[in-house]
Design a protein around this ligand. Structure first.
Ligand SMILES: O=c1ccn([C@@H]2O[C@H](COP(=O)(O)O)[C@@H](O)[C@H]2O)c(=O)[nH]1
Length: 244
């Protein structure tokens, strides 16, 4: 029997890096399990938990967290979720971002040196907070690393697509049942238009643009961008216009 599967974005609103920001972790579920893709900034677990309850998915059903990459706004609430749910949750990420998420290497972007221009512009309280996060970044163990083309057996099958560029271990996810592409930061959705990676925060633009070719042969009905949310208008046309 086919499982009942679902996809729901969890909008998280707040202030980050000196500006207002809305970001979109995604909740996936089937009959008995739920999966969270990315965890928001530190302190977001309570909002995510409430949104899960509103969707009728008890947090105890959460069995996996998939991190699209190491950036602070994606891994921020990982420690608090793992602390609360403990051993029931398996954490997944690509091996190239694993050491940063586990804290054995400093985060590639959210460190005092890279953040210096932003830190200098912030009011004192926010500066102290971001400085503290740079020195004490969230970290947690990655239980399983993910490789390109692998299919995770949750929610009707989640295909892993390695899309390096924004970070070396950036992954996107293709949810087979609903034909939804969870693009992480490989693309953004702004003013009802799908756009490529943002140069300001992408470590290797050439690689990031090249990674978009991996979406070329997918049948896609919706794309969820972490920045901008869900794109459902002329999805394949918009996507093909970005692929060079
Ligand atoms: O203006 C900014 C915003 C963010 N950063 C750093 O880049 C990463 C990724 O940011 P995204 O907005 O998710 O692409 C973030 O964790 C910050 O460390 C930046 O340098 N400048």
């Amino acid at each position: 029997m086919k499982a009942n599967t679902g996809v729901k974005m969890i909008p998280l609103q707040g202030e980050a890096f000196g500006k207002p920001m809305v970001i979109y972790p995604t909740l996936l579920w089937d009959d008995d399990r739920a999966v969270l893709v990315d965890t928001g900034m530190p302190g977001s677990w309570e909002t995510i938990r409430q949104e899960m309850l509103r969707a009728g998915i008890p947090p105890e059903r959460l069995q996996a967290i998939i991190l699209t990459h190491q950036d602070l706004d994606h891994i921020g609430s990982l420690p608090e979720i793992v602390r609360e749910l403990g051993g029931q949750v398996e954490v997944y990420a690509h091996e190239l971002d694993q050491p940063y998420i586990e804290g054995t290497r400093p985060l590639l972007k959210t460190n005092a040196q890279s953040m210096a221009p932003i830190l200098a512009m912030l009011p004192e309280k926010e500066r102290e907070h971001l400085q503290w996060l740079c020195e004490n970044p969230p970290k947690a163990m990655v239980h399983k690393t993910l490789a390109d083309t692998e299919i995770l057996p949750y929610c009707g099958g989640i295909r892993i697509i390695h899309t390096p560029g924004h970070t070396p271990g950036h992954i996107s996810l293709y949810v087979q049942d609903s034909k939804t592409l969870i693009a992480g930061d490989a693309m953004v959705y702004m003013n009802e238009a799908l756009r490529g990676p943002i140069p300001q925060t992408t470590l290797d633009m050439e690689m990031a643009v090249n990674s978009l070719k991996k979406f070329e042969n997918l049948e896609i009905t919706s794309i969820i961008c972490y920045h901008g949310g869900m794109c459902q208008n002329n999805v394949e046309e918009q996507l093909h216009a970005l692929i060079r």
